[in-house]
Design a protein around this ligand. Structure first.
Ligand code: B12
Length: 428
């Protein structure tokens, strides 16, 4: 083994992105693994969105992260390194949920968060006693202690921003299709606000992106962060759910703290999944969306097609609803039963999974048999809804109806419109 052991961390990519690669966010997961790595190790990143994987390089260990849609590519890369005798560790959401599958392509799998087990794994590797599974304890409590990500590993590549921050892990909800709560358990942990704000103060640009599942999910925990942000001259965006807009004072604080955009899951506008468990609200999603829009915040809404009570009329109903509410940037997804979720178990038990080719678990393919329409109809409806929502007329209407940040809004719509125009019919 060399004097300073060398660790290669890989973010697998499933396809080439062209110019769009400059608008991507860097892998926070791998920056956190790097941060948990002792300084005695040299850490090298291969982000396949930007780089070729250095298959012939000299490394003591290769670590690969994988969401489900990346798993097939992650396994291909792992097999090539192992073919040369380089040990490979797989981690992230997919290997955590299916460690036995991942172990067919790796010398070790990290189940759960890296921080509690990564140091031990590296020690074991150097001592020649690597175990197959390193299982982090299921998180408990409400305090998240984590080091700052190691951003130096990103040097030399152009991203939308490298100023990404994670303030919390987990989510208070447990939606049947989502991996987050099965993965993190019911714990919803926030970092100490002083530490979050210190990290943001260390930045030299204005734009900050929070990578949280639900930044405003616990308003009492979010308020000190927002108050701190309001005193800095930053602009930020994140993911959350609409419930925060029920409280006019919280909405005002969010706007005053420099929030420019929020990504929220609407999930469905009809049937039992309409606004999901996140409902219980006295307000309709349409009302909450209007409040956010009036506060000058860009709202990116996510819609899922394919729930069991969705028939062919869902596409038309959804597009009309979105025309009515005019969220700044609507996005559409095909229901995807990720392994580890209640939805996956349900479809497996009902014999409705059409494939376990993980590369197709990307929200753009139909991987299960829908209840009230054919897979082809679901795929076509999704495609047509996207095209209709991104016609120039629809884009112009949305931009005109959103009072705040018209230029950013238009630019964001054009960015989203590009891939929609290129969509092809083809296989569901
Ligand atoms: C931020 C985020 C994004 C960002 C950034 C992604 C990026 N560049 O990494 C954006 C918005 C681009 C995005 C896009 C998508 N995302 Co996303 N995203 C998230 C989110 C909210 C946080 C991920 C994150 O960075 N967390 C912070 C890091 C530090 O935590 P972590 O990933 O858990 O990593 C820790 C451990 O897992 C472990 N670990 C991770 N990797 C490795 C590797 C090794 C070697 C080791 C040892 C350990 C280890 O250690 C880390 C530190 O403890 C998660 C939800 C979640 N909580 O995971 C969804 C999530 C990961 N996304 C998901 C999905 C589906 C997508 C999309 C496919 C959706 C779509 N079709 O548009 C796309 C795919 C984009 C792509 N790059 O191909 C799903 C994945 C489900 C699954 N089973 O695969 C999640 C879980 C959300 C969900 N609701 O289920 N996403």
């Amino acid at each position: 083994m060399s004097a300073s052991p060398r660790l290669l961390l890989i973010y697998p990519a499933t396809h080439k992105l062209g110019w769009a690669r400059y608008f991507q966010l860097p892998s926070h997961s791998l920056q956190m693994v790097a941060a948990a790595t002792p300084e005695s190790w040299e850490v090298i990143l291969a982000d396949e969105v930007h780089d070729e994987v250095p298959f012939n390089g000299a490394f003591d260990l290769v670590g690969i992260t994988a969401m489900t849609h990346q798993a097939t590519r992650a396994y291909e890369i792992a097999d090539r390194f192992r073919g040369r005798g380089v040990p490979v560790v797989l981690g992230g959401i997919h290997p955590t949920v299916l460690p036995d599958e991942a172990l067919q392509h790796a010398d070790a799998v990290v189940v759960g968060e890296a921080e509690p087990v990564w140091g031990e794994l590296l020690d074991d590797l150097l001592a020649g006693r690597l175990r197959p599974v390193y299982r982090a304890p299921v998180p408990t409590g409400d305090l998240l202690t984590a080091p700052w990500p190691r951003r130096e590993i990103l040097a030399g590549r152009r991203y939308l921003t490298t100023q990404t921050v994670q303030a919390s892990r987990g989510c208070p909800y447990d939606c049947s299709f989502c991996t987050v709560t099965p993965y993190f358990g019911r714990s919803f942990r926030y970092r100490d606000p002083a530490d979050i704000l210190a990290e943001i103060r260390s930045f030299n640009r204005k734009l900050v992106v929070f990578l949280d599942d639900n930044l405003l999910g616990d308003p009492a925990k979010a308020r000190p962060i927002l108050r701190g942000l309001a005193e800095m001259n930053v602009r930020w965006g994140s993911q959350t759910n609409l419930r925060f807009a029920e409280d006019p004072e919280l909405l005002k604080l969010v706007a005053e703290s420099g929030c420019i955009g929020l990504f929220v899951g609407i999930e469905s506008v009809t049937g039992t999944h309409a606004n999901m468990a996140k409902s219980g609200s006295k307000h309709t999603p349409a009302d909450l969306m209007k409040r956010v829009r009036d506060a000058g915040i860009i709202l990116e809404t996510s819609i899922i097609f394919g729930f069991d009570d969705h028939d062919e009329s869902v596409f038309e109903t959804t597009v009309r609803f979105l025309e009515e509410c005019s969220p700044s940037v609507p996005t559409f997804h095909i229901l995807t039963p990720y392994p580890g979720t209640a939805l996956f178990r349900q479809f497996q038990e009902e014999g409705r999974l059409l494939t376990t080719d993980w590369s197709r678990y990307d929200h753009s393919s139909v991987v299960f048999r829908p209840r009230l329409m054919s897979p082809e109809r679901l795929h076509r409806g999704w495609l047509e809804a996207r095209r209709e929502a991104y016609s120039w007329r629809a884009v112009a209407t949305r931009v005109l109806r959103n009072p705040g940040r018209r230029f950013t809004n238009l630019a964001y719509n054009i960015l989203r419109k590009g891939p929609n125009d290129l969509l092809e019919e083809g296989t569901p």
